[in-house]
Write a protein of this length. Structure first.
Length: 292
């Protein structure tokens, strides 16, 4: 009896320690979600500024280097995929990987995937896609800028060498009423529909802007900032989705641990009460035997 009670005490202590770890991880995930969501909201103001700059530049046609090529369907597609580098995220990478494979399968030509995160690279390595460079996920908001700069250099170098013609972006995005949803976006080349969408916006004042000499270089600078904003937002939204998935997993784990602790406590108190009853029975039996 005592050995069983001691075993239950150890299980209760272990479950309590595990519950403390889960609560800590849950608090960290909730805090991270807020930070990444705030980063996305803060990026909106900069995004509006960049798009106003593009609106001013679109009084002239897009340079040939930014336009779709004549045989775009025959060109290699480069896909940037933001996944996860850590565990306890459920099917975060599986859902995204299935979405990437399904989406790219509908497009003609060869596909090369640049994965951000080790686990999504492993997931995509089992498909028919060519897995290229793998980038590590940033562990803070400040590190996102460095990562985006590395991805942009890789994209620019591959396009300049003629190795890829189109660039697509894939990531998980937070969604109200659900944890996240996989989304995609074509980054390059820029087409007339994209230009018309931005050109349709109105200038916020009556003072129309004027582009100084060197307008093509100015346009290139704004386009690069547009790509930077798109990649930064994708990374921040992906990290927010990852932490939301981890938070949900920790909430499930905490609920399971609470139920386990309740059962263990119940078993322990039942054993303890049984031991007390046996001792009382022995005491009463001894007293009665002594009285005879």
């Amino acid at each position: 009896m005592s050995a069983t009670a001691a075993s239950l005490r150890r299980k209760i202590a272990t479950a309590g320690d595990l519950e403390s770890v889960v609560r800590t991880m849950k608090a960290m995930a909730a805090s991270s979600i807020g930070q990444y969501e705030n980063a996305v909201r803060a990026l909106d103001d900069y995004d509006r500024t960049v798009q106003l700059g593009l609106l001013a530049c679109f009084r002239q046609p897009l340079p040939a280097t930014l336009r779709p090529r004549k045989h775009a369907n025959d060109e290699t597609i480069g896909a940037v995929v933001f996944g996860s580098d850590q565990g306890l995220v459920g099917q975060f990478n599986d859902h995204l990987g299935d979405f990437v494979v399904e989406t790219l399968a509908k497009l003609p030509g060869r596909k090369v995937v640049w994965s951000v995160g080790e686990r999504i690279q492993v997931r995509l390595a089992g498909s028919d896609l060519d897995v290229g460079v793998q980038f590590p996920l940033p562990n803070s908001i400040g590190a996102i800028t460095t990562l985006v700069g590395q991805v942009l250099r890789e994209v620019e170098n591959r396009r300049a060498a003629g190795e890829i013609g189109q660039v697509y972006l894939f990531h998980n995005r937070p969604r109200s009423g659900a944890i996240y949803e996989p989304v995609s976006q074509r980054l390059l080349p820029l087409d007339d529909a994209w230009q018309k969408e931005i050109s349709a916006r109105s200038w916020p004042s009556r003072n129309l802007p004027e582009i100084m000499p060197g307008g093509e270089q100015t346009l290139f600078a704004f386009v690069r900032e547009y790509l930077f904003v798109s990649l930064f937002r994708a990374c921040a939204e992906s990290l927010a989705s990852e932490n939301a998935s981890r938070l949900t997993a920790m909430q499930r784990a905490e609920k399971n641990i609470d139920e386990l602790l309740e059962n263990l406590d119940s078993d322990f108190h039942r054993l303890r009460q049984s031991a007390i009853d046996e001792e009382l029975f022995d005491l009463v039996s001894g007293f009665e035997a002594y009285g005879r």
